[in-house]
Ligand binder design. Structure first.
Ligand code: SF4
Ligand code: SF4
Length: 83
């Protein structure tokens, strides 16, 4: 019985870690060199996960982003990519 509980706990831990990595990998990457701060991605994001930084470039919140990639398709400068 003790071993079954340990196995179940390990299985849950692995699932949680796998989910965390999967979500992290879904967050798009912003190339600051190509971002002109137009804000189109900010308005397009359904999760309100993008804001302009003090430098005037897009920043994506890893906590809010669901990886829908609407921002990638919206950016006119190809400053956001799926990686
Ligand atoms: S749409 Fe593109 S250029 Fe405009 S703020 Fe977003 S990342 Fe920058
Ligand atoms: S991938 Fe979707 S949820 Fe994430 S920042 Fe872009 S538009 Fe927002």
């Amino acid at each position: 019985m003790k071993h079954i509980k340990l196995f179940a706990a390990m299985a849950v831990l692995c699932l949680l870690m796998g989910s965390a990595f999967a979500v992290a990998n879904l967050v798009p990457n912003v190339d600051e060199k190509n971002c002109n701060g137009c804000g189109k991605c900010v308005n397009k994001c359904p999760e309100n996960a993008i804001a302009l930084s003090d430098k005037g470039v897009a920043e994506i919140s890893k906590d809010k982003c669901t990886g829908c990639y609407k921002c990638v398709k919206t950016c006119p400068n190809e400053a956001i990519s799926e990686e």
